[in-house]
Design a binder for this molecule. Structure first.
Ligand SMILES: *[C@@H]1O[C@H](CO)[C@@H](O)[C@H](O)[C@H]1NC(C)=O
Ligand SMILES: *[C@@H]1O[C@H](CO)[C@@H](O)[C@H](O)[C@H]1NC(C)=O
Length: 258
């Protein structure tokens, strides 16, 4: 297992247990190619002061991956990588992410979900006081466009700074590389109660906010509160909506499409 320039401050025995468990369960070769740190099947793990550095061009190297785990916190962490800074997989509940700087990389992603039909949901995720710098995405929810028992419920993204982020806010429920095995491109994942509060900074593309939800299971309870994103130093960024319902309060820039 190669952790390049990785600094982990061990907070308690649970962390050691968590990492050791992951290492025992997964072949190092496979792990090395996909993630730097994996929290899988764990409870009560705190990662704090972690630094993960990998080249921006390195494919499929998520910084920290969490799945099938509950009561996890990731604090005061810096991640530069070629893939997601943090990826949140099926069966994650009560996850707290705070004070994380991400970039380069693909942002913080819930997903990809619906890889399998029988899938546990993602519930109670808080991401607050995070910064994205020159990343492909900011805060993203991503599901395959195919049937699944999965869901995403009760997520809060709060106090987020975006600096030249290509897709600052995105829900993509039509993920289907090579258009294979996605009958009708309809995602079974139900996305509900996702709040975006105090999200500000700059988008590197015109579309700063994109909600592309499932035709069969439209996103519900999406709340935007004080979102201010610019594009090329102008407040002219755009929002795009499909199959989504929700509410807005406060300043919303780009003009909301909810
Ligand atoms: C999610 O949070 C709610 C409200 O805080 C709590 O009632 C519920 O038990 C949590 N869900 C899980 C799976 O822990
Ligand atoms: C949005 O942000 C820009 C640049 O940071 C700032 O100049 C502008 O006043 C903000 N708009 C509102 C309505 O807060």
């Amino acid at each position: 297992m190669v952790f390049q320039f990785l600094v982990v401050i061990l907070m308690d025995k649970d962390l050691v247990y968590g990492l050791a468990k992951v290492l025992a369960r997964t072949a190092p070769e496979e792990l090395r190619q996909m993630f730097h740190i994996v929290i899988n099947g764990c409870k009560n793990v705190k990662l704090q002061g972690v630094k993960v550095y990998a080249p921006g061009e390195s494919p499929n190297t998520d910084g920290i991956h969490v799945q099938l785990s509950s009561d996890i916190s990731i604090l005061n962490t810096i991640i530069s990588t070629g893939d997601d800074c943090v990826s949140i997989g099926p069966g994650t509940t009560n996850l707290w992410i705070q004070n994380v700087a991400c970039g380069p990389g693909h942002g913080i992603s819930i997903g990809s979900l619906a890889k399998d039909f029988e899938e546990a949901g993602v519930q109670n995720v808080t991401v607050k006081s995070v910064m994205f710098m020159n990343t492909q995405n900011g805060v993203r929810i991503k599901t395959w466009g195919r049937p699944s028992t999965g869901f995403v419920n009760n997520v809060l993204f709060q106090h987020v700074t975006m600096i030249d982020v290509q897709n600052p806010i995105v829900i993509d429920q039509n993920y289907c590389p090579y258009n294979k095995n996605c009958p009708g491109q309809v995602s079974g994942v139900k996305v509900s109660d996702v709040t975006y509060q105090d999200i500000h900074g700059s988008s590197a593309t015109r579309v700063a906010m994109k909600f592309d939800c499932s035709k069969r299971n439209p996103c519900k309870g999406i709340k935007l509160e004080d979102v201010n994103l610019s594009y090329k130093n102008e407040p002219a960024a755009e929002a795009s909506c499909a199959n989504v319902a929700g509410t807005t309060t406060g300043v919303i820039q780009p003009t909301s499409c909810l």
